[in-house]
Design a protein around this ligand. Structure first.
Ligand code: HEM
Length: 170
């Protein structure tokens, strides 16, 4: 069972990275798509833009975020990612989730509320996605040790016994 779970790591990583690419690309492109909402566009164009932003958020970006988080959660246990860089990564993931909620709010406000058709300024939402993405990529690829900070032992070791299956040891 453990060997089988470990053999799924490359697949889970592939799913994680594919889902993250779709999630982050969607969060960057949606504020740019929203700039097409302008009082000057015709009702027909407005309907097309409204559908495109709504469907992109609900059928593409949000499911990709959920898949990325589920695959990432499995990888924590299979890769034993109880390391300082990982906790730092989670801080930036939380910022990315906040940016996701903010973009969803913008889609709702601008596309769904009658009378709100003015173009939003896209740079702040795009920056609020790009900053955590760049920080996360640095953390997962460089895996800095942060050895100048002394972490409590319970943060760095698996606590044992809390899962329904054995955690593989290497
Ligand atoms: C709740 C959200 C997330 C969790 C729980 C999570 C967890 C993980 C774990 C445990 C790994 C395996 C690390 C290793 O093999 O040493 C991993 C790999 C990776 N994650 Fe995430 N992750 C999350 C979100 C993200 C996000 C938002 C990004 C990018 C913007 C990202 C990018 C990556 C990349 C590029 C790898 C591959 C690193 C490598 O193989 O060297 N992750 N993730």
């Amino acid at each position: 069972m453990i060997e089988w779970l470990l053999s799924t790591v490359p697949l889970l990583k592939g799913v994680h990275i594919a889902a993250i690419s779709i999630w982050c690309a969607g969060l960057i492109v949606l504020p740019l798509m929203l700039t097409r909402h302008h009082p000057a566009v015709s009702s027909e164009d407005h309907r097309l833009i409204r559908n495109a932003t709504h469907l992109t958020y609900t059928l593409c970006v949000t499911p990709a975020a959920v898949i990325a988080v589920i695959a990432g959660a499995w990888l924590i246990f299979l890769r034993e990612a109880y390391m300082p860089w990982f906790y730092a990564k989670l801080v930036f993931v939380a910022l990315l989730v906040a940016a996701h909620a903010r973009v969803g709010h913008l889609v709702h406000m601008i596309a769904e509320k009658p009378g709100r058709r003015s173009a939003p300024w896209p740079y702040l939402p795009v920056a609020s996605v790009l900053v955590p993405v760049v920080a996360i990529l640095f953390l997962v690829l460089a895996k800095p040790t942060f050895d100048w900070i002394s972490f409590p032992e319970w943060l760095l070791e698996p606590r044992d016994g809390q899962l329904l299956f054995d955690v593989p040891s290497r």
